[in-house]
Unconditional design. Sequence first.
Length: 493
Amino acid sequence: MGFKKDFLWGGATAANQYEGGYDQDGKGLNAIDVLTNGAVDRPRLVTWKKEDGTTGNSPFVWGGDFNIPADATPAILSDYHYPSHHGTDFYHHYKEDIGLMAEMGFKVFRLSISWSRIFPNGDEEEPNETGLNFYKQIFEECHKYHIEPMVTLSHYDTPLALIKRYGGWSDRKLINLFEKYVVTVFKYYKGQVKYWTTFNEINAMTLAPYMGGGLTDPTPQNRAQGAHNQFVASSLAVKAAHRIDPEMKVGQMLAYSPIYPYTCDPADQVEIMKAQQETLFYSDVQVGGRYPEYRLKKYEREGIKLDDRPQDYELLAEYPADFLSFSCYSSSVLTTHANDDHAAGNLGVAGVTNPYLETNAWGWATDPDCLRLALNILWDRYHKPLWVVENGLGWADKLEDDHKIHDDYRIKYLRAAISSMSDAVEIDGVDLMGYTMWSAIDLVSNGTGEMKKRYGLVYVDCNDLGNGTMKRYKKDSFSWYQRVIASNGADLK
Ligand code: BG6
């Protein structure tokens, strides 16, 4: 096996799916705090209220249309269940959880800071000290076990007050508010956190703009502006990090999965190229440092005009991301031909079923080669260090009477994924920094808001409605991953 000696093995989480304590110690609300639970066949809902007191909800699905009435603002309503309010209660279990990660031999723990825990409305003069202190204790706990924290600055949790006031990231005002937030945390955690990423799956601005940027009116113009504002904000974050602590590295985080043509018809290849451009546009700007021509042409064709400044482009070119991190769970298949075999797909990429692959109960295909392909495509295009920061299998795990969880299907998935990664490193020479599988511990599913769709190496006793003891139980994959890490990826048995 060719993984580097200091390869960063670990697991990933996100505040809005894991922390709970959604209103504790001064935390403000964020985009996800008004998003209900759903299921594979029932969308999550963003609940809202109008000034005259009328209430309602708007279905939210990755890749689907989304709108809330112009005179309504997102709000928490009674009679709905909001899974981010409890998550799996990392807020009160962080010592125990980090202890379990240490037992598995984690070198790194990917988590996100909730912006609204630091600046409850996103725009206060002074930060919330209790919020800052919460993450400080987490980082101290990590370092006790020599675990390096890797922090996402915004994992789908734009402060709700900024959504109400500005309509989310389509407003340029968010650039400086974000800059203030990141400068605050960079200074506060200097020496404690070396690895950062700015926006989780930044291309969510195309696929799920409410999730990615708190957009309540996601027109093509607003999505383009939202992406532009996040690019500029990301470059400002790189600039600030390098000034505050030259040891810090700030990466991009992209949702990436290979896309296959269903047939060898050239028209299908063009379809793949266009779909790839929709994703790679984000890394072309944030890693490559400039807008690609194909995107500028698209904006011209669609009459999209960015509210930009000449300095924006200087920043993008001067402060690109230090590394490219990405999530990759599977692959998708597209075709221009009539085909009724629609796949549920992942991350909202519509497509058809791949007859060569198995799927889980949510329709996500298990693709044993997706990481090698993804790593090669991204390495060839950018030659920047890569990091797989999300990859894993969602399953309705069963807690047996003896408190064991036999998740051999997850071990099988992770074994194939790691061996695919290993081929990219050993055979193809890709520069790979680390692997943080999703998820270190069970947490709420982003897409469906369920607890039932579990990804963790540790089971948490909590059901879809947040009921349960919150006790932690090691799954079979726990000791398997422990051996993988101890052997630096050589022992995959
Ligand atoms: C990624 C997100 O899209 O996929 C995570 O960054 C999410 O937040 C993960 O949980 C898995 O998706 P899901 O919908 O199965 O939870």
